[in-house]
Design a protein around this ligand. Structure first.
Ligand code: FNR
Length: 400
């Protein structure tokens, strides 16, 4: 890794914002507090899009539990340790990331803003934050890769029921220069999402989020008429092949054979599953409950993290579901995550103001992360461990 310290993202952001506010009467255009950002974004979106992004499975109890789990751990800052220069870089897969943050794969972003994943990719490239692109993106993986340029990029695979489509996606991701594959294991079927059900709304049926499929030779081979000729029947074909609830661990071992790229499994909550994934050749694990969108009542993702870190030893562990600010990332990393994924916050930035909205969210998150690290008395994420946290979990509530 570079010996140079990172840019002082925290001080720079504060100086810019305060100077603009005080000297030019020009305070930030976009909300900084998460709840305000969410509220404003929801007002800016259609009812259907707002429900799709903000909603979760069933009673949405897991969305709340993801946040509550962070309160179980309290940071105990240390003082007088010279934190004037920090190095925020991490390199969990042998490739350096500027920050221990990636953008989580969020599908169908065109329902939020017409520039969708292209706008997100431009903001990510600007901030040097790696992006994990969803299989269900509104623009093709090749188009998004062009926007990302040299910024690290990963492709999230929804494992199609048609193995030829899954293989073709992996081949295309390799050709387009993606650095790794993140295969999502918690979505062989869509969860019971009550807000969407109530509105009878599924964006794919509107032809949103299907760009990778409609452009795919293996997908197109299945069709009697091209998507350009008959979008309706192509969409129905997509619904048919989207997921495969019959998949088992043998299939993961087979997928491993298909690519030399790092293969990371996403959506793991039990240490036995994490261990099994590594045995099948996974290079990393994303501890995640899909932001509470799949199993209502599922364990909070942070609650599941420590036992998975212990189970997989040196294998990189990434974390998402409920990360809203720098302190959340600090807690997850202190519990053994190598990096976190940011999800809904950037979708809300996108809804409010496209690329500029995403950039605001990323710049604020990065500044908060930098300052929080420094104020804990540390200068590198590699130095964080559980000793900076007070365990406030109720007795007997420690993860699976
Ligand atoms: C998602 N997520 C998701 N995950 C995935 O593997 N592929 C996908 O296409 C999507 N699509 C998607 C759309 C929307 C609107 C949301 C909110 C989420 C899950 C995502 O990657 C991540 O796990 C969660 O967003 C984490 O929860 P929070 O922190 O965003 O609440």
């Amino acid at each position: 890794m570079s010996d140079e310290p990172s840019e002082p993202y925290g001080e720079h952001r504060q100086q810019n914002v305060y100077a603009a506010g005080m000297l030019a009467n020009d305070p930030p255009e976009h909300p900084v507090q998460y709840e305000k950002l969410k509220h404003r974004a929801i007002e800016a979106m259609s009812d259907e899009a707002a429900a799709y992004v903000a909603g979760g499975a069933g009673s949405e109890d897991t969305i709340d539990e993801n946040r509550r789990a962070f309160a179980d751990w309290r940071i105990v800052p240390r003082v007088l340790r010279d934190v004037s220069e920090r190095d925020l870089r991490v390199s969990p897969f042998g490739r350096e990331f500027e920050l221990p943050v990636l953008l989580a794969p969020l599908g169908v972003l065109s329902i939020v803003h017409e520039a969708g994943e292209l706008a997100v990719a431009r903001a990510a490239a600007d901030c040097d934050i790696p992006m994990v692109l969803s299989s269900a993106s509104s623009y093709t993986m090749e188009e998004v890769a062009d926007e990302l340029g040299d910024t690290p990029k990963w492709f999230q695979l929804y494992w199609s029921a048609d193995q030829k489509i899954a293989s073709s996606f992996v081949d295309r991701a390799e050709d387009a220069g993606y650095d790794g594959i993140v295969v999502t294991l918690d979505t062989p079927l869509l969860g019971w999402r009550e807000r969407d059900i109530e509105q009878g709304y599924l964006p794919f049926l509107d032809g949103e989020g299907v760009a990778n499929y409609f452009s795919d030779p293996a997908f197109r081979e299945r069709l009697n008429a091209s998507p350009e000729e008959n979008e309706g029947s192509a969409v129905m074909e997509f619904i048919d092949v989207f997921g495969d609830p019959s998949l088992t661990w043998e299939d993961l071992a087979n997928l491993r054979e298909e690519t030399d790229l790092p293969l990371v499994v996403k959506g793991v909550l039990h240490p036995d599953d994490a261990e099994r994934a590594v045995e099948c050749g996974a290079d990393g694990v994303v501890v995640s409950n899909h932001g509470g969108r799949q199993v209502d009542g599922a364990v909070g993702a942070l609650t599941a993290l420590p036992s998975i870190v212990e189970a997989v030893g040196d294998t990189p562990v990434l974390f998402d579901s409920g990360v809203r600010g720098g302190a959340d990332a600090v807690k997850a990393i202190a519990l053994g995550a190598d990096s976190v994924l940011l999800g809904r916050p950037y979708a809300y930035g996108l809804a409010l103001d496209g690329e500029a909205g995403v950039r605001s969210v990323l710049e604020n998150f990065r500044a908060d992360l930098d300052l929080t690290l420094a104020l804990t008395g540390h200068t590198s994420f590699e130095d964080l461990d559980r000793s900076i946290l007070l365990d406030r979990r109720p007795p007997g509530s420690g993860g699976p």
